[in-house]
Design a protein around this ligand. Sequence first.
Ligand code: UDP
Ligand code: MG
Length: 325
Amino acid sequence: MKKISIVVPVYNEDAVLPLFTSELDKVLKRINDYQFEVVFVNDGSTDGTYDLLLGIQKGYPNLHIVIVSLTKNYGDEVALHEGLHASTGKAVIVMDCDLQDPPALIPEMISKWEEGYEAVNARYVKRKKDGIFSRLGNKMYYKTINRITKGHQIPLNVGNFRLLDRDCVDYILAHPAGIYRVEAAHSTNHIAEIDYVRDERKRGKDHYNTRGMFKIGIESFISVSSSPFQWMFPYAVGFTIVAITALVAEVTLFILIVLYVIMNSALIWVILIISIALDVILIVGAGVLTGLCTATHNIYLDLNKEIAYKEEEIVSNILRGEKAS
Ligand code: UDP
Ligand code: MG
């Protein structure tokens, strides 16, 4: 019997975990021809998630639950990587545990895989509550990253939720510095898509805010750029242009003051005020750009630290259910 793994990153999810597990169990019970393994990656939760997982492992022996515990909260990118690492199925389905990724889609994903597709992406056709900025940001992210990466396109509106053949999983694991959704898109050409409506999470709180999304955006760009200078370059050019313009404004200001002293006319006053305002705007702009460069660079350093991690330092233990072997 073929084995299929379900990999689920979990961070402080005690509110929704019981509901998720029972929904998943209901769906998997109706699929007879496969053996399943559910790999929960506890991403350094500080609530009751870990104890709940231990209870769930005992309560659902048919799910062959594996619990991978991380030493601290690393974020779902690292959690996913560790989950894929611990999985043993011929195919792996990655999904969130807040029921935004409906388990009901699993049978269709599997039948697409059996048709010969190596990856099956669940693509959301509509997000009920997304605001205009979120949608716009999302679009810009994918447009830009697809322009940078040549070859495989990163699909719009596809998150963690996908089925990946073992070959794709091996590809992703061979690129530990990569971003999951970028590497998954690069791992094969045989991709099917299933559309679904993405609801809000059923219980608990979302973990990603704007800062988190900015971080993952930057990380994606870094991960597809061959050198850090490649992505620092536009910032550096922008900064230089601002600095040179500020210099020109300063010189103009100096000349105007001289003219004022010589001519003392009202027009000179107007020009002087406009010039000062322009100068202030440029200096603020230069400050913002410098901040952006520094933030980007810090994220790059962070990411490099994460790339250099050793698995033993990240995973504290892996508990496989008795019947999970
Ligand atoms: N998650 C994680 N580590 C984190 C944050 C989130 O493992 O640091 C998990 C979380 O438990 C969930 C999935 O990643 O299963 C997606 O998180 P969330 O639903 O908060 O993200 P969103 O749906 O807002 O993108
Ligand atoms: Mg969610």
